[in-house]
Design a protein around this ligand. Structure first.
Ligand code: BES
Ligand code: MN
Ligand code: ZN
Length: 480
């Protein structure tokens, strides 16, 4: 589904629907072209998600509420964009007029384009009778300037990256195996003009990625690690490394999950998908920093030679881990990837991972946990989160909790105690980040997947993290 967005002065004639986003105040004050009585009969007050439609001269006129004027922000405009795609997606061509609010014109246009694309997303690959959204062109009225057009194009491009991540997450684990994930990531990287390096099983062995090998040991299929590199045209303002968990299916291994617990575990590469989705938009964004991505890929299975609880793995950086629960596998593959990322000596690292059920217990299904070793870096990410609308919330990494994962046979074990599991996982990851590198860890176990359609979020893989990463890259300053 490709949609083009056009910044125009007024909604043009051929648009099959002319849609106005309106605040509660605008409705109360009276709107041109529709009587107060008509709106009152329909119960339309301009509240969030409310719509009102009527026919007019061969086309549809519509109102979409965005709520009280002082509460309108990028999030509510993105939400209205999604409502537009769901309600008017049967038309090929529509026009939209944005409300006059405090939101800057470009930011509003970016959010609108993102909302329309994301709300209209459907994963139809395996549906024999699915109906894709028909929209091909959206004219956005209120100003035809280049900045407005650029903002619409930016929103459209970022949504492309997020949709790409959704498609990867929604692909079943038996289809998107590690070799297939690597092939797709490489193809995406190449078409974006990035440098691509794919580590196969032999390279992974030679490179001593003992965590990735240990998790892969129960699988009939080989692991991969994909590296993508973006270099800016001019002198780079710094280097940032992105790391994404790429478990294409997590059965738990010998410490097997329940049937219920496994149902959504094709989403366990959601961090890797978000990293690849964000990398795919770099040519459009053209940030000034160098960006290096590392995505380790394998399934976590229980074949006859699977890693046994009690086995000891040696990670790339030389540290050893006793595996006492094979379901705590994300940290094992990320340990290798963070070691590798550290070797690239970036100014900062971010990893995204569907790492712990405990993080979902703490923050619920829509907010990611944010941890790290450098407060200015954490603050940059929080600021980018405010802009992107993908929510993160800080969690601590208490030094004295490290004794929870002391092992009797190895440098550490891969689990802690029953409580605070998101922090234990974060503290274990920290062991594999070289001293002096600013690092942040984002646990997206909750928001990588959704059980329901809600605004720009659609059921299944959400592509969470793409918008956040893009915004981080756009605003990146090497942290002190
Ligand atoms: N992939 C899971 C975490 C997860 C759970 C993601 C639910 C999304 C939704 C991870 O590999 C895992 O199994 N973590 C364990 C860790 C435990 C064994 C220490 C968990 O959270 O139960
Ligand atoms: Mn697991
Ligand atoms: Zn997992």
């Amino acid at each position: 589904m490709a949609i083009s967005f056009h910044a125009v002065r007024t909604v043009p004639k051929p648009a099959k629907a002319a849609i106005r986003l309106v605040t509660g105040e605008q409705v109360a004050a009276g709107l041109p072209g529709v009587s107060a009585a008509q709106l009152e009969n329909a119960g339309f007050e301009g509240k969030v998600d409310q719509t009102h439609t009527w026919p007019s001269g061969g086309r549809v006129e519509a109102l979409v509420g965005v709520g009280p004027a002082d509460e309108v922000d990028g999030v509510s405009i993105r939400r209205a964009g999604a409502t537009i795609a769901r309600t008017f997606g049967r038309h090929r061509r529509i026009g939209v007029l944005l409300p006059d609010t405090e939101v800057a014109a470009p930011a509003a246009r970016q959010a609108l384009a993102e909302g329309v694309r994301l709300g209209g997303y459907k994963f139809l690959r395996y549906k024999t009778e699915g109906e894709p959204v028909k929209l091909t062109r959206v004219d956005v009225a209120g100003g035809s300037g280049v900045r407005n057009q650029a903002a619409l194009d930016l929103g459209n491009a970022v949504a492309d990256g997020q949709i790409l991540a959704r498609d990867l997450v929604n692909e079943p684990g038996g289809t998107l195996t590690a070799p297939e994930f690597a092939r797709r990531a490489a193809a995406i990287g190449r078409s974006a003009g990035l440098t691509v390096k794919v580590w196969d099983a032999a390279a992974i062995k030679k490179g001593k990625l003992g965590g990735l090998l240990g998790v892969n040991r129960g699988s009939d299929l080989p692991p991969r690690l994909v590296e993508l590199t973006y270099r800016p045209k001019g002198k780079a303002s710094g280097t940032i490394a992105l790391v994404g968990k790429g478990i294409v299916f997590d059965s738990g291994g010998l410490s097997i999950k329940t049937g219920q617990g496994m149902m959504t575990m094709k989403c366990d590469m959601g961090g890797g998908a978000a990293v690849i989705g964000a990398m795919s938009v770099l040519p459009h964004i053209a940030p000034a920093c160098r960006v290096r991505a590392f995505v380790p890929m394998t399934d976590n299975m229980l074949g006859g030679d699977a890693t046994r609880p009690g086995d000891v793995l040696k990670i790339r950086n030389g540290k050893t881990i006793e595996v006492l629960n094979t379901d705590a596998e994300g940290r094992l593959i990320l340990a290798d990837a963070l070691s590798l990322a550290s070797e690239a000596k970036p100014d900062a690292i971010i990893d995204l991972a569907t790492l712990t059920g405990a993080c979902m217990v703490a923050l619920g299904p829509k907010i990611a946990g944010l941890m790290g070793n450098n407060d200015p870096w954490i603050d940059q990410i929080r600021a980018a989160s405010d802009v992107s609308g993908e929510r993160v919330w800080p969690l601590p990494l208490p030094k004295d909790y490290r004794k929870q994962f002391e092992s009797t046979v190895a440098d550490m074990k891969n689990i802690g105690t029953a409580h605070g599991g998101a922090l234990t996982a974060g503290l274990i990851l920290e062991e594999f980040v070289a001293d002096g590198i600013a690092w942040a860890h984002i646990d997206i176990a909750g928001p990588a997947w959704s059980d329901a359609d809600d605004a720009d979020i659609t059921k299944g893989g959400t592509g969470f993290g793409v918008r956040l990463l893009v915004e981080v890259l756009r605003s990146f300053v090497p942290p002190k």
